[in-house]
Write a protein that binds this ligand. Structure first.
Ligand SMILES: Nc1ncnc2c1ncn2[C@@H]1O[C@H](COP(=O)(O)OP(=O)(O)O)[C@@H](O)[C@H]1O
Ligand SMILES: [Mg+2]
Length: 376
């Protein structure tokens, strides 16, 4: 709400974090905060649906389209999005990871199509608009034609339905679905974003996430208390977790295909901690690994053993897990009984494991760590 000095809560909160030294001053972020604060003010001035003013005039005016923040990894996109989501007093609002939202949209389209009632897109968009007035997406990315083909119509109907969108992405709108199949059919979506949303680059020189890791190694050998302590320190640095709360990190039930769930023992701000056992010793497959790779930008795995003929199923699952993480540019921190190139040296899998070992090596490089999350 516009505060005493006419300053929005968002600006106050951001400035307080900078003043406290939790955030370093960053001109790109300040610009983005100003844009988000202006959005907050506009939204908070909107007459409440159904109120007399709304009946008189408000319903004929469309709320602002929203904001599109883009930039490289660790620039503070998700942080600002979370701050905006918390401080914008406008309801109903929802924050969701973009790829999960799209899976949900396809489910709803499928159900709607089954009723045989014509074009399902407007119908589904209308239903979403009735549930949410502010949609905050983290990590907008378009990498399949099923999404690409419906996005323009879906978002046109959402915006027409009065939904405001705040989104982050690691590329500017003009590079979305770059080199994708039938990209000309996707271009109207780019035009829509550029027209309806305020596009704000958040692409300063500093990757704060990498900076928080402060050059810490990402692969620890061997498993044991020292590795566990280092990884837990990395986890807390990456999630800005308050020291006093360290005993109660939230867990999560991640939805995976087939209506099942996967228990994530520690899950916070896109960072997950798993044991090797949970991921590779149970009956899990590439669909589970894909869900993990889409959902988390960073994964910590502890307890990776040496792999050989005695645990060949685990080894095969591990290969498929690392493929999914690698393809989605997920950052990996791990504790293992050997360095990647000595993890699997015996048995039939050893030859094929060379590719995985090489991926694991690359995943430790500064270049890999600076790449944006998501498949391209
Ligand atoms: N101005 C800043 N100064 C210091 N740390 C920051 C700043 N902005 C963001 N961070 C921290 O950097 C990390 C990465 O930020 P995040 O929002 O996750 O980046 P992105 O979503 O752009 O990849 C987070 O721990 C965040 O709190
Ligand atoms: Mg992010």
């Amino acid at each position: 709400m516009a505060g005493e000095a006419g300053t929005t809560e968002l600006k106050r909160r951001y400035r307080a974090l900078v003043a406290a030294g939790e955030l370093r001053p960053d001109p790109d972020q300040e610009r983005a905060v100003a844009v988000l604060a202006a959005l907050a003010e506009k939204l908070e001035e909107q007459p409440r649906r159904g109120s007399p003013i709304w009946r008189l005039a408000g319903r004929f005016e469309r709320p602002p389209g929203g904001v599109y923040m883009w930039g490289g990894v660790g620039r503070g996109k998700s942080m600002l999005m979370d701050l905006a989501f918390e401080t914008i007093h406008y309801a109903p609002k929802r924050r969701v990871h973009f790829s999960e939202f799209m899976l949900e949209v396809h489910d709803r389209l499928r159900a709607q199509r089954a009723t045989g009632a014509g074009d399902p897109v407007p119908h589904v968009a209308k239903a979403i608009a009735a549930e949410t007035k502010l949609l905050c997406f983290d990590e907008m990315i378009v990498n399949n034609s099923a999404d690409a083909m419906i996005l323009s119509r879906l978002f046109t109907h959402l915006l027409d339905g009065g939904v405001t969108v705040v989104t982050t992405s690691n590329r500017p709108p003009r590079d979305l679905y770059k080199d994708g199949l039938n990209r000309d059919l996707f271009l109207p979506f780019i035009a829509l974003i550029e027209r309806a949303l305020e596009v704000v680059p958040l692409n300063g020189p500093t990757d704060y996430r990498l900076e928080r890791l402060g050059g810490m190694p990402t692969w620890y050998v061997p498993n044991g208390p020292e590795a566990t302590a280092a990884l837990s320190e990395a986890f807390f640095r990456l999630t800005d977790y308050p020291v006093e709360d360290r005993t109660k990190v939230p867990s999560e039930e991640l939805h995976v295909p087939g209506g099942r769930t996967l228990h994530v023992p520690k899950s916070l701000k896109g960072v997950a901690v798993f044991s090797f056992k949970r991921l590779c010793a149970e009956a899990r497959g590439s669909a589970d690994y894909l869900a993990i790779a889409r959902h988390f930008h960073t994964v910590v795995i502890v307890g990776i053993p040496k792999l050989g003929p005695e645990n060949r199923n685990e080894a095969a699952r591990f290969v498929s897990l690392i493929d999914a993480l690698y393809e989605h540019k997920v950052k990996l921190l791990a504790a293992a009984d050997a360095p990647p190139d000595q993890l699997c040296t015996t048995g039939d899998g050893a030859f094929e494991f060379e590719r995985t070992a090489s991926r694991l090596m690359e995943m430790q490089s500064a270049d890999y760590l600076a790449r944006g999350h998501g498949a391209t």
